[in-house]
Write a protein of this length. Sequence first.
Length: 127
Amino acid sequence: ARHGDKYPIDTSGLTPKYVFKKNFGEVPVYIKNRRADMDKAKQEYETYVSDYFRRGAMREMNDDERQTIIDGLKKQWEDVHHEFQTLSVIIDTIPKRLHKERLEHEMKLLEKDIDLLEKHQVIYIAD
């Protein structure tokens, strides 16, 4: 007849152990410090940007301008992609291979620029 296995109940995780600590439920100190550092860095950046605005050396790009640039880049990417699609399947000569690599590189750069503009809502332009 089996009577079961015996395990110590404290280390099994069945009894709440950490809820009785004095600092249970508080935000850890290292997270508070990190948040304070991030706030300080953000404040310094805003001060830096506002200083440039006052000197007139920088301006913010408006949404229409940003969208126009994004649309232009997408149109340019479509043109390059169309040219890439019309390449022959068999690339047997060096000029064909170089042309294909140039088109791939151009498309990659355009994709990178489009992603950069779409990812950031606020963009500053140095005059």
